[in-house]
Design a protein. Sequence first.
Length: 119
Amino acid sequence: MAKQFKLSRKKANRDALISNLVSSLIVNGQIMTTEKRAKATKPVAERILTKAQQPTLANQRLIRSSINTLAADYLLKTLSQKLPKKNGGLVRLVKVVARKGDAADRASLIITTNGKALG
């Protein structure tokens, strides 16, 4: 089983944080955050993007319950046609330079299509 990060939050707050990060990733195509948050967000984003490739009613309901409605609409109507038909490997985690103020490790999450960044 994969390592789960607590991110110094209670479960409800952690789930809301990850949901908001995934929504931002879908709408923008790329986000930059701390490395721990990125590692916790990547598997959730992979699952949601994989479900969007087959937009059955059950998958649409699961997506809409996981992320906000604006991101879900964009994902189901626009982004799902651009995604390659494969299971996993749709989100890339790239480590970047540490933050200047507190030297926190940062990472960028990028949605990729056919090896290229989306957008």
